[in-house]
Design a protein around this ligand. Structure first.
Ligand SMILES: *Cc1c(COP(=O)(O)O)cnc(C)c1O
Length: 448
C-alpha cells in the first residue's frame, strides 16, 4: 500500500487551514460522564463472592473514597480541579490537524482530521487520567501508589503524575518488557518511580512464581496481582489503573470536548469518529462527547472502535460478567471479554493486549451507539508507515489501528465518489516503539 501511494509534491499552496489550536482559556472545565445519558443504565460491577453489586466500602481497600465516588457517579459533568487543569496546560489543549498530505496520497474526496495526544510528557493520552488520579489520592492523604504496566505507557504516566504531587510510585512491569523495552522503564526511573520486573521478589505471589519458574516472562495478569497484593499490605498505599474503569474513561473526555470545538473551527462535522481500543479509554475520550450529541441532538455521527484481530474482545468476545485480571481479584464487570485467562499473542501494539473492554464502551456497543472493527497488524503497520511518510509523525502501533480504519473509510469514500469527514484519535507517538518498525521494515512482521 505504501508503495502504491507515492506522494507527489503539489505545486499549489494549501488553501484551507490544517492546524486547529485552542487557547489555554478554552481548556475544558469539566469531564463528561456518558453514564448520565445512556437510555438504559449499564449493569453494575458485582462482588465475586456474594454476586451482589459492589458497595463503596468494598472498593476502599484499593482506591480512595473520592475516586470510588467518581467511579460510581451518574452526574453528567464533573468539575476538573484547578490543580489538575494547571498541569493539563503543560500539553493541553492538544492540536487537531487535517491530514491533507495523507488525503492527497489516497486521492480521496474525504477530509481526514486527527487529534494528537502524543505531545504530553509521556507521549500518549494516559497522563490525562494519571494526573487526576494522583491528585485525588494525594487529596485523600495517600502516600504511595502501586500499579502494573505492560510496555510502560501507563507506568510512565503514573510515575510522572506521582512526582508532580509528591507521591511515591511503585510499578510492577511485565518482566519481558522490563528487559526488552528499557526506555519507558528509564522514563519511570527518571521521574522517580521504583520499578520491579514482574514476577518480582517484592510480593509473596511473585516470590512463589519465581521459585517455580525463575525466568518467567511475566504477564499483565501477574503484574496486576502483585500491585494489588502490595496495596493490600500497606496502609498508606492505594492502587491505580490506567484504563477500563469508569473514572478513567471520564478523565479522557477532555479529548473529545476539545475536538468538538476544533471541528467547529474547521467548519466541519465528522461523519465518523475513530479510536483504537485496548481497555477502551482513549476511544471513550474522543468518542463519548460526540455520543452525547448523538443521544441528545439526534445527530447521525458514526463512532468506530478499532481493535487488533489478535485480541478482538468487541468483535470476537462475549458480553458477560468477567474478572478484570487473571488472578480473579477484581470485581466482576459486565463487558466484552475473551476470558480473564486469555493470553493474547505478542503483537507490537502492547497497549491493546487486554482480554476485556471498558464496561461503558461495551454498553455503548450493545446499545448500537458504537461500532467495532478488527485489523491484523501487517495491515496496521502499512497504514502507520503511510501516515509517517505523509504526515511526518511516527504513530504508536496502537493508534495505527485507528489510522488503518480511517484510511479504509477514506478509500470507501473515494469508491463511492462521496465526501466524508473522518476524525481519529492519534493517542500516542511511536518514538519508543521503533523496534516494531524495525520488524515491519525488515519484513519480519506476522499477524500473530
Ligand atoms: C495504553 C494505550 C492504549 C490502549 O489503552 P486504551 O485504554 O484502550 O486507550 C492505546 N494507545 C496508547 C498509545 C496507549 O498508551
Amino acid at each position: 500500500m505504501v508503495e502504491a501511494f507515492v506522494l507527489r509534491w503539489t505545486p499549489f499552496p494549501v488553501s484551507s487551514p490544517i492546524r486547529f489550536t485552542l487557547p489555554e482559556s478554552e481548556l475544558p472545565t469539566h469531564w463528561y460522564n456518558l453514564a448520565a445519558d445512556f437510555p438504559e443504565p449499564p449493569p453494575p460491577p458485582l462482588h465475586p463472592g456474594t454476586k451482589q453489586p459492589v458497595s463503596l466500602e468494598d472498593m476502599l481497600a484499593l482506591f480512595p473514597e473520592n475516586l470510588v465516588r467518581q467511579e460510581m457517579t451518574t452526574e453528567r459533568w464533573v468539575e476538573i480541579p484547578a490543580e489538575v487543569r494547571e498541569i493539563y496546560t503543560l500539553w493541553r489543549p492538544t492540536p487537531l490537524l487535517r491530514a491533507v498530505r495523507l488525503e492527497r496520497a489516497l486521492q480521496t474526496p474525504a477530509h481526514l482530521y486527527y487529534k494528537y495526544e502524543g505531545g504530553s510528557p509521556a507521549g500518549s493520552h494516559k497522563p490525562n487520567t494519571a494526573v487526576p488520579q494522583a491528585f485525588y489520592n494525594r487529596q485523600a492523604g495517600v502516600k504511595r501508589l502501586a500499579t502494573e504496566t505492560g510496555a510502560g505507557q501507563w507506568g510512565a504516566s503514573l510515575a510522572l503524575a506521582c512526582r508532580l504531587f509528591g507521591l511515591e510510585c511503585r510499578v510492577y512491569m511485565v518482566s519481558v518488557s522490563y528487559h526488552q523495552k528499557p526506555y519507558r522503564k528509564l522514563l519511570m526511573q527518571t521521574w522517580g518511580a521504583t520499578v520491579s520486573p514482574s514476577p518480582s521478589d517484592q510480593t509473596e505471589f511473585g516470590r512463589r512464581l519465581l521459585q517455580e519458574a525463575p525466568d518467567s516472562p511475566g504477564s499483565l495478569g501477574i503484574a496486576i496481582s502483585e500491585a494489588i497484593e502490595d496495596t493490600l499490605k500497606s496502609k498508606s498505599t492505594k492502587y491505580a489503573l490506567g484504563s477500563v474503569l469508569n473514572h478513567v474513561c471520564l478523565h479522557q473526555t477532555v479529548i473529545g470536548q476539545e475536538a468538538i470545538r476544533q471541528m467547529e473551527m474547521a467548519g466541519e462535522e465528522p461523519d465518523v469518529v475513530i479510536g483504537c481500543v485496548g481497555g477502551g479509554s482513549n476511544f471513550a475520550g474522543v468518542a463519548f462527547p460526540f455520543l452525547r450529541r448523538k443521544l441528545l441532538e439526534k445527530r447521525k455521527t458514526r463512532v468506530l472502535a478499532v481493535e487488533p484481530t489478535a485480541c478482538a474482545s468487541l468483535t470476537k468476545g462475549e458480553l458477560r460478567y468477567d474478572f478484570g485480571d487473571a488472578a480473579m481479584t477484581t470485581p466482576l464487570m459486565m463487558m466484552h471479554t475473551l476470558g480473564h485467562d486469555f493470553v493474547p499473542p505478542k503483537i507490537h501494539a502492547g497497549g491493546l493486549r487486554y482480554h476485556g473492554m471498558a464496561p461503558l464502551v461495551s454498553h455503548a456497543v450493545k446499545l448500537g451507539l458504537a461500532e467495532a472493527a478488527a485489523y491484523p497488524q501487517t495491515k496496521v503497520f502499512e497504514a502507520a508507515a503511510l501516515f509517517a511518510r505523509t504526515e511526518g509523525i511516527v504513530p504508536a502501533p496502537e493508534p495505527a489501528h485507528a489510522i488503518r480504519a480511517a484510511v479504509d473509510e477514506a478509500l470507501r469514500a473515494k469508491e463511492e465518489g462521496k465526501k466524508r469527514v473522518i476524525l481519529f484519535n492519534l493517542c500516542g507517538h511511536g518514538m519508543l516503539d521503533l523496534a516494531s518498525y524495525d520488524a515491519y521494515l525488515g519484513g519480519k512482521l506476522s499477524d500473530g
